[in-house]
Design a protein around this ligand. Sequence first.
Ligand code: DC
Length: 231
Amino acid sequence: MSKEMSSNKEKIVTIDGPSGVGKSTISRMVAASLSFTYLDTGAMYRAVGLKLQEENVDLTDDTAVRECLSTVSLELLPASTESDDVGVLLNGRDVSRAIRSVEMAMVASEVSSLPAVREKLTRMQQEIGNGGKIVAEGRDTGTVVFPNAAWKFYLDATPEIRMQRRADQLKLQGKQVDEKELLAMIVKRDHDDQSRSIAPLCKAVDAYIIDTGTLSIDGVSKAMLTRINQL
Ligand code: DC
C-alpha cells in the first residue's frame, strides 16, 4: 500500500468506464486484494430504476420522482463468490436478480440522468465511502462522488469487444443473444451516459487509463495493484 499518500487524499479506489469493460470483475478482484469494500454504484441505479418503473412514476415529474425516492431504502449485500454480482435489498426485498437484465440496464441509464436520483445516490455513496477503504465502481466515482480518491482508474475498450464479452456471458447463462441488437444497446447506453448534463461518464483528469481490450482481466488487475502500490 502507498507509503506517502498525500494527506488530503482519501483511501479510496475509483474505477469508472463504459458498460461491459470488465469493471465489476476487476473491482471485485482489486477490492479482495486490498481487503477493501467493493461498492457497485451501478447496482444502486438499477435498483432505483426498478422502483421507479414498478411504481409507474412519471420521470418528467421531479416532485413525483422525489416522493418515490423518499420511500426507497437500499442495502448492498456482498457478492457470495468472486464471480458473482453484489446483491441488493430494495426496501428489504431481494432484487439482486431482477436488476441484472439488459432491460434494467437501460432503465438504470435513463433514470440516472434525473437530478433527484443522482443527488440521492451520490449522497448515499459518499456516506458508504466515508470511512475509506472502498473500491467504488461506476461512471462518475472519480469525477463526482469521490473527487479526492487517492487512486483513480478509467477502463476502456471498443464497443465491439465489450459486446462480445457480454454476449459470451449471456450465452454461458443459456440466454439467446442477438449480437447486433446488443451492440446497438451498448452504443446507445454509452451515448446516453456520456451526454447527460449531470455527472456524465468521462475520464477524471487524474485517472489512469487502461485499455481492457488488449489485456486479460488478471493483467488489468495486476496493472492496477502495481500502480496503487506505487502512488
Ligand atoms: O454499471 P452498470 O451497468 O450496472 O450501470 C447501469 C447504469 O447506471 C449505467 O448505464 C448508468 C448508471 N450509472 C451512473 O449513471 N452512474 C454510476 N456511478 C453508475 C451507474
